[in-house]
Design a protein around this ligand. Sequence first.
Ligand SMILES: [Zn+2]
Length: 263
Amino acid sequence: MKFTGQILKMSTENGKPIQYHLCLSNDLIIMNQLIGKKIRMKHIGYECLSCGKDEKLYRMGFCKKCFFESPYASETIIRPELSTAHLGIGERDLEVEKSIQLHPHIVYLAYTGDVKVGVTRESQIPTRWIDQGATFALPIAKTDNRYEAGMIEVALKEHLADKTNWRKMLEDDFEDDLDLKDFREKIKEYFPEDFKNFYSMEHEMVRMDYPYEAPQKINSFTLDKSPEFEAVLNGIKGQYLSFEGGNFINVRAHEGYVIELEV
Ligand SMILES: [Zn+2]
């Protein structure tokens, strides 16, 4: 069967193992069912996530114009501590920024090969953790908005990683008895004074179970380097598809690419 459409990050459903779906135009492809099978992918164009133009993408699935103009690509998406919607101050579009920033946010610890700190909207849990390929995650604070969560993250990343090292994440090496609660205890003292009231010990650690086994070696490739390929899908972790021979493609990094997928 052949499907055609724009790549968006895979949607997920937490389970044992996690279920992955790829939506291409009107077709929903259940990726777990393709594990062990050969698939063929061909890059045929682009579709900007904002304006839909078939133009080479600049960053995050946006063409250059939209990357610098869309409120969905503004700097506060990457750096929550710069958020200003709670002050009534807009950056690109106050109404959109309010809809993104003025919701309860969670500061969490996650294990993705290292223990890292991150921020996400409460409604994005556990989606955000699965997208990062976290094996374990633990909320450590709940705030009223994105700004407060960002301020806590900035203070904690002096002591913890805040980026995922994708290679380590895909090596899938972890201690079975890793307990993020120990880290939660240790970093309590690094919470900024004004935000200590958000520190929370009420949550339990969550463990994610991926349809994935790490291969011996790990290489990543992109559709820019290999616009057409055919390979057996071996597993999925985070937003990475694992193909035979230890070759990986990051689906999320290809948002906005239009492809043909043959399964
Ligand atoms: Zn655009």
